[in-house]
Ligand binder design. Structure first.
Ligand code: ZN
Length: 465
């Protein structure tokens, strides 16, 4: 089955045909590094991680670029309010961003370019747009002239001539609403509010607009036309619409073949906000003692185009699913009887898993395929027909589906404290000496310390209660 993605540009599911297979150019809008990413941001980054891993699983060679927005209205406002320098603020939060990715098991992109390292390239594109007649100047700032690009609105599907335009017909801020679609700033002339944040360039003293950075860095590293561009749905307008306008007006070529957008994340069915007390960063959830992979599970397991509703019950359910996977792995590791009774179960699971993800990243279908497999193989283990060979193949399958999802790994090994192991040994000696009273006492003692003891054909095993 070919891979199909829902392309926001055409509003249809399309067969994925990269421009130069097996190479795939992927651009994903990165974080604005002025505070910690919240779980809504992380949902988008996890969807992009799944996309990236699935394409690799299907044999594509990825060039994945994710920008770091390190100059932008909100960053400058924060610097002004706190007195911290731009470099110090954005450096701190870029580091926190990478820590969060590692914690959630997100694979690194090939390149993370920072906007402030690409001012010269941005100036070059703006000059090109100026030469092509797509810009005008007002009060030292340079704006993109929407009327010079009649295709404007192709992604968000509105007609340029139906737009309300306000008196000035221009917008300076980086983010604005659809009703405000107007000529937007490519280069913002310096004003006192910018403090120490400015560059002296051929375009004057000032700084770039937000949108131009993504046009610039995506085309620099992926070429003027590339395969996939992703982001959260709230970036579709104005950000992605403006990226298309800038890039296509500068090059005369189609900018991106497939646009993929992830839907919103709600918390307890409400929009996440600090005032409602339902605003969470990854660090907030870790501080409550949640397993990062369970958080990954909760944030990744709703289809990316469906609004996701984060709840603590949902996180508990994800934790339970994770426990089932890890228990299953442990059972497989303990199979000692020779033989292989797995049959075709691994192959049929992997087929169903891959088919589901090929279908626009149907993650629930993919997870269901793995749980069907776990259920069937657990029955085989119960009746002792899996065999060591079958168990090894089952573990290998889990490893393969784990490379795509990051959900089916072994997890951190539980360290058993020495005093607990000593008690287990003492109990074994008591049992051998037929001192069952003492053996039972030790079992209760272990339970009191929070450890459950199970007798298996391979001897006793303890695990945390
Ligand atoms: Zn962007």
């Amino acid at each position: 089955m070919p891979i199909r993605f829902f392309n926001t540009l055409t509003r249809t599911k399309e067969v994925f045909e990269p421009i130069a297979a097996p190479h795939v150019g992927l651009y994903t809008c990165g974080p604005t590094v002025y505070n910690f990413a919240h779980i809504g941001n992380l949902r988008t980054f996890l969807f992009e991680d799944l996309l990236r891993r699935h394409l690799k699983y299907r044999g594509y060679q990825l060039q994945h670029v994710m920008n770091l927005t390190d100059v932008e209205d909100k960053i400058i406002r924060t610097c002004r309010e706190t007195g911290e320098s731009l470099k110090s603020l954005t450096g701190r939060f870029a580091q926190a961003f990478f820590e969060d990715l590692d914690t959630l098991g997100v694979e690194r992109a090939e390149i993370y370019p920072a906007a402030t390292d690409h001012i010269t390239e941005m100036v070059d594109i703006i000059k090109k747009l100026r030469e092509n007649g797509h810009t005008y100047e007002a009060n030292g700032s340079i704006y993109f002239k929407l009327s010079s690009f009649p295709q404007y609105g192709q992604l968000s599907k509105f007609k340029l001539d139906e737009l309300k335009t306000n008196a000035s017909g221009r917008v300076d801020s980086d983010e604005y609403e659809t009703e405000d679609a107007r000529d937007f700033a490519l280069w913002k002339a310096y004003d006192d509010d910018d403090g120490a944040v400015f560059w002296e360039t051929e375009l004057g003293k000032g700084r770039p607009g937000w949108h131009i950075e993504c046009s610039c860095m995506s085309m620099k590293y992926l070429g003027e036309s590339f395969d996939i561009h992703c982001g959260g749905i709230d970036n579709m307008f104005p950000h992605h619409e403006n990226e298309i306008a800038q890039s296509e007006a500068a090059t005369g070529k189609r900018f991106v073949k497939y646009w993929l957008h992830s839907a919103h994340l709600f918390v307890d069915n409400r929009k996440m906000s600090k005032s409602l007390g339902n605003f969470y960063t990854l660090r907030d959830l870790l501080a409550k003692g949640h397993d990062p992979i369970a958080i990954r599970w909760a944030l990744i397991s709703t289809h990316y185009r469906q609004p996701s509703n984060f709840t603590f019950e949902g996180l508990e359910a994800a934790t339970e699913s994770l426990r089932r996977v890890r228990d299953f792995r442990r059972r497989l590791e303990e199979v000692r009887i020779a033989g292989d009774g797995l049959g075709e179960l691994d192959a049929s699971c992997e087929k169903a898993f891959g088919d589901a993800l090929d279908d626009d990243l149907n993650i629930s279908g993919a997870i269901a395929a793995v749980f069907d497999f776990i259920r069937e193989v657990n029955k085989l283990i119960d009746s002792e027909v899996t065999g060591k060979g079958g168990a090894e193949r089952a573990l290998a399958l889990l490893d393969r589906v784990n490379t795509v999802t990051g959900l089916f790994g072994a997890g951190a090994k539980e360290e058993t404290p020495a005093e607990i192991l000593a008690l287990v040994t003492e109990r074994q000696q008591a049992r051998r000496a037929k001192d069952f009273k003492r053996a039972d006492e030790i079992r209760d003692q272990l339970l009191g310390a929070g450890w459950v003891l199970e007798d298996t054909p391979d001897g006793p095993r303890v695990k945390k209660a």
